[in-house]
Ligand binder design. Structure first.
Ligand code: KIV
Length: 275
């Protein structure tokens, strides 16, 4: 059974925790498809972990469609949310609607995610009215890294905490089915979670959120450029991969790979007639 936005609503009602991972490629999507993880985000973190940019700002609609398509092909059983990249929804409601539509029509996502509070509510209303489920994203929203002056915990002052609560309520009123809370103090995330009827998905926002999300290269110990405090390493794949690559190099140079079992045969009588 495929998870959907209705699954998210049911899980919130039944106080069941929601697990999400990011994903950007077909092979990993197929692996996640066979796990108990509830849903996938094709995040614009693709800019960092797949494309090697220092932030998410250069990610394009074409990038999100290409990576989104790869994931939806590999993961038919999970809700797939696709991020709207920087400047694909901020300019106008009309442009936001066209771009959100492309992520469903061309990339076959089931929902879109966009960053921001009250200012993006008109876009969210237009999308939900058009039948496009929307996930909100508050707190440390990476597309605003320049405005924040770096990747910083958000909502720590009274004004900022009140603003975050207000924004969350406005997003809910505009029609989001869920809200990501990124780098928000755990006690504030708990208050927001209790005030909302839609589920919160935390990343660096404590255990009281309705669900959690991590970037898969972070949690597998593959991405070493920087490791935020909120990441837990469930594996150390960078070391496993490095060892495998070095072993391969050693075997190629020592002529022990490929072995006979990796090759193809030709009949001797064909060989004899050659030349
Ligand atoms: O792009 C992304 O991976 C995200 C998650 C960190 C929530 O937005």
């Amino acid at each position: 059974m495929k998870t959907t936005v209705a699954t998210f609503a049911k899980m919130k009602l039944e106080h069941q925790k929601i697990s999400m991972l990011t994903c950007y490629d077909y092979t990993t999507a197929k692996i996640i498809n066979e796990t108990n993880v509830d849903a996938i985000l094709v995040g614009d973190s693709v800019g960092n972990v797949m494309l090697g940019y220092p932030d998410t700002l250069s990610v394009t609609m074409e990038d999100m469609i290409t990576y989104g398509r790869a994931v939806t092909r590999g993961c038919p059983n999970k809700l797939v949310v696709i991020d709207m990249p920087f400047m694909s929804y901020q300019v106008s409601v009309e442009q936001a609607l066209v771009n959100a539509g492309r992520l469903l029509k061309e990339a076959r996502g089931n929902a879109v995610k966009l960053e921001g509070g009250a200012t993006v509510c008109p876009q969210i209303k237009a999308m939900t009215q058009a039948g496009i489920p929307v996930m909100g994203h508050l707190g440390m929203t990476p597309q605003s890294v320049n405005a924040f002056g770096g990747n910083k915990v958000q909502g720590k002052t009274l004004d900022a905490a009140n603003k975050l609560i207000e924004d969350a309520l406005k997003l809910q009123e505009a029609g989001v089915f869920s809200i990501v809370l990124e780098c928000v103090p755990a006690k504030l995330a708990k208050i927001v979670t209790e005030k909302l009827s839609v589920p919160t998905i935390g990343i660096g926002a404590g255990v009281e959120c309705d669900g959690q999300i991590l970037v898969y290269q972070d949690m597998l110990g593959m991405y070493k450029d920087f490791s935020p405090k909120f990441v837990k390493h469930y594996a150390n794949l960078a070391d496993v991969i490095t060892d495998a690559f070095n072993k391969y190099d050693e075997e190629v140079k020592g002529s022990s790979f490929p072995g006979e079992e990796h090759g193809f045969k030709i009949d001797d009588d064909v060989l004899e007639k050659l030349y």
